[in-house]
Design a protein around this ligand. Sequence first.
Ligand SMILES: [Fe+2]
Length: 391
Amino acid sequence: MPYYRSAGEIPRKRHTQFRSPEGGLYAEELMGVEGFSSDSALLYHRHLPTAIVNAEVVEDHRGPLTPNHPLMPRHFRTQDLKSESQQEIDAVTGRRTLFGNNDVTIAFAVATSPSPLYRNAAGDELIYVQAGSARIETIYGALDVADGDYVVLPTSTTYRVLPHGETRLYILEATGHIGPPKRYLSAKGQFLEHAPYCERDQRGPGEPLIVDGTDVPVLVRHRAGLTRFTYANHPFDVVGWDGCLYPWAFNIRDFEPITGRVHQPPPVHQTFEGPNFVVCSFCPRKVDYHPLSIPVPYNHANVDSDELMFYVGGNYEARKGSSIGLGSLSLHPSGFTHGPQPGAAEASIGVDYFDETAVMVDTFRPLELGEAAGACEDPAYAWSWSGRGPG
Ligand SMILES: [Fe+2]
């Protein structure tokens, strides 16, 4: 994330004396990726960011993953994942695992209450807000987010999610860094003219939050599991920061679709890249305008990826005639050729606009199924092209 930002108070020169009105030195912290060789930010704390008073193991409730075996195309209905009325569910401890592999864990949360302070030290997180709205408070400042927002939270960003009512979140926890596709960036990191979004569409944190507090717990996810640190002082004590590494938000409605005379392949919808996965946004758009075009996709065998489509708006053209609705997830794995539902290709001829919004994740290694996937699977989907299953 190379776009330089600055917020709050910072000294004119880095690594020089910077004092509070009372005369004490602020504690400078460099948060940087790739070992001082890539993007970073300098943050100025009122207290030592190193001062912990306790560290405890926290039980991890993620549960096991199950291979997609027998290999099947699958349909999951996140719309059936409800918040329990008497239970407080937050966007961190209330995450339910849908899918995962060694590169990424994909979870869903129906959040209704504030989360604890949290930091994912294992990789970047990308949160897609399917419904509702929330304030995401971070060590850098707050981001106000609502439906359609993607939120990129760099590795080790301390944050908490404060939902306004019920907020439905689709969460990718990567094991590395997530950012815009490199082909859309100049050598110095500016979005190029052919990029479907640019700096003007990105929203950074507002002014730093200065929160007082002592003995403050922060839940940390790391490769070995979960640890709860207790900090002597509240981590949101930053008076200012600058740099090119910070959380940011981007709304899917600001993605400008790339269209053509004939069907454009999914990479035109690519929005982010992560370690061994990509994220694409299928947005309402004019579609293929060749006089003989077929606007829905051809059948395709993505031999190197599992394709996970999350249907979040409109009526997805290629899935008309199936049981897929808003909130549905389809998983089309490598090893299975997938394509439009029966009749969808013919029905799409002459259509010039698709009113559909979907978030696609393509992983380059197979996805396994988590507890939440088992809880909301529609078992009939695999037979929807033939119209009959083994029974
Ligand atoms: Fe596909």
